[in-house]
Design a protein around this ligand. Structure first.
Ligand code: PEP
Length: 250
């Protein structure tokens, strides 16, 4: 059975003391056992302190990116084994900001996903169309290409460690959310693509998260849709009260 997951992407926000403060608020807010698997993704410098501070909680710590090589002359980069050495076994790959500002292509992401899977990590793989694609009715095809070029050549066994995050670029950080119906329509399409290209079992068992301006006031309605298994939360995850309200929206 697929899991419900809520993951907070803290992006390039919060220094160490701000991160510690957010974590202590998070711990205070999470009074009841969450029904969803909860993850948070701090910046690289805050990964280890976050891992240490959340050790006694069920919250999983994820990285926001990693390099596809194991080691070597790649100044400024971080490898899968480095992440694992500080207790981080989950990584977000393919976020639209990485694609847009750091030229991450489907081809490069294929390599990154493979490196993460080879290192027995869990991948939260982000993808989604731009507004122009949706206006031109190309959104279904575009998403299919993103999945085909980065994921569909993986062996079936890899899918135990893949979480998908559909994030329409026009809804990220804009306050504009896909309607629950638009999210469901795309998530259903994604599940059908999984069934066609990987198999029925993988299609049924893979969690597909929605991301794009999810807030406490819209999370319930979006998460209630049949093929939406939770959310990847940006802005609202920086506020412990809002984030925990979203976590409790199942
Ligand atoms: C994101 O960056 O993954 C995201 C969904 O951001 P926001 O919730 O702020 O739209």
């Amino acid at each position: 059975m697929r899991k419900n997951i809520v993951a907070g992407n803290w992006k390039m926000n919060n220094d160490l003391s701000e991160t510690e403060e957010l974590i202590s608020h998070l711990k205070l807010q999470m009074v009841k056992e969450p029904e969803a698997t909860v993850m948070v993704a701090p910046s690289f410098t805050n990964l280890y302190p976050t891992f240490q501070a959340l050790r006694d909680t069920p919250i999983i710590v994820a990285a926001q990116n990693m390099h596809e090589s194991e080691k070597g002359a790649f100044t400024g980069e971080v490898s899968a084994s480095m992440l694992k050495s500080v207790g981080v076994n989950t990584v977000i790959l393919g976020h639209s900001e990485r694609r847009a500002y750091f030229n991450e292509t489907n081809e490069l992401l294929e390599k990154k996903v493979k490196a993460a899977i080879d290192n027995e990590m869990t991948v939260i793989f982000c993808f989604g169309e731009e507004l122009e694609d949706r206006k031109n009715d190309k959104h279904f095809d575009l998403v299919e290409t993103q999945l085909k070029e980065s994921l569909f050549q993986l062996p079936k066994s890899a899918w135990n460690n893949i979480i998908l995050a559909y994030e329409p670029v026009w809804a990220i950080g804009t306050g504009e959310t896909a309607s629950p119906e638009q999210a469901q329509e795309m998530h259903k399409h994604i599940r059908q693509l999984l069934e066609k290209n990987v198999g029925k079992e993988v299609a049924e068992n893979t969690s597909i998260l929605y991301g794009g301006s999810v807030k406490p006031n819209n999370a319930k309605e979006i998460f209630a849709k049949e093929d939406v298994d939770g959310g990847l939360i940006g802005g609202a995850s920086l506020n412990a009260v809002d984030f925990v309200e979203i976590v409790n929206s199942f």
